[in-house]
Ligand binder design. Sequence first.
Ligand SMILES: Cc1ncc(COP(=O)(O)O)c(C=O)c1O
Length: 384
Amino acid sequence: MPLWFNRCYAGGVLISDLPTPCALVDLEQLERNVRRIADKARRLGVRLRPHVKTHKCVEIARIQTDLHFGGVTVSTLAEAHAFAAAGFTDITYAVPIAPQKIAEAADLHCEIDVLNLLVDHSDTVRAIEETAASRGLVLPVFLEIDCGGGRSGIHPDDERVEQLARRMFEADSIEFRGLLTHAGHAYRARSRSEAFEVACEERNLMTALAAQLRDLGAPVVELSVGSTPGMRAIDDLSGITEVRPGNYAFYDATQAAIGSCELDEVAFSVLATVISVQPEYGRAVIDAGALALSRDPGPVHVDPDCGFGRPVAVEDQHPLPGLRLSALAQEHGTLAGPGIEALRPGTLLRILPNHSCLAAACFDRYHVLRGSEVVDEWRPVRGW
Ligand SMILES: Cc1ncc(COP(=O)(O)O)c(C=O)c1O
């Protein structure tokens, strides 16, 4: 029977037995990463609602929410359904909801305790009001604030913040939950101290905006913030009620480059096999391309030569500075650098991806390791 049908893992399966490319999760490192942030959230007096988009995996979310209130954040309704089916009853869908998906979200909200929705536009607010009113429901909704990331949300000084907050507060069919933001620009930091500045700004901006809205009579119950660089850097979250980091379960080469973690804290890697070695042409090739690693350019603002991921030793994940993953095609990854001389077809390498959330999404299963032994196989949620 091919190895990938063996779900028992009664012992004895080693990394070297796995078909490549494949996704590896280092369980002990994952547990350390999760514990550190769980302890920090408790110490800073905020609720931890981890974002599960990084792994989309119920087993990992259970470890993350252990000893916390059990809430999670998702980025697709497919994740919301799967986590609800696995027993998670307090979920925030942290993407502005498409009007076409409101009915589906309302149904799911009725099945569990809470499915919080997110909006940044009056048309969406109207669509939620209509759907909720037609079903006799009250749907919980956050207003998204753009605190500098520039992705979605309303700028804090835009008059529509007050208009939408007031409208939701006054609506019979909406429970206005509060404000939510994600400081995506923390990824432009070059060090933990720069990420600290971004996280402080995020906190200050959100608490000031909440105070302003409260003065105008729109009660803001929740202030939800969070990113992994911010959560690693910040030491005071006064006024904030919850945090939603996600990447910290795995980390990746980008987090290491911007100072959120050390390289040996990365708990997710892609196992690859060398399939071509041509030192005469200055290259070797692995069987992990863009469909195994994604094409994330990585932390080029810190290291213009970072390549498409960090090659590390298969046994203990120590860095291999003589190798650079210089190019990716669909199924090929090209290695360059003096280290290619030591490679042979069949050599196994691990690659620490530039962005573990994107790389993990390339796989339909994670091989779970304790040391070099494969102890389990976890199936993440896929689709939208
Ligand atoms: C809305 C939202 N919240 C939280 C997170 C988690 O941030 P991170 O991946 O830095 O942990 C993300 C990630 O993109 C996000 O989009």
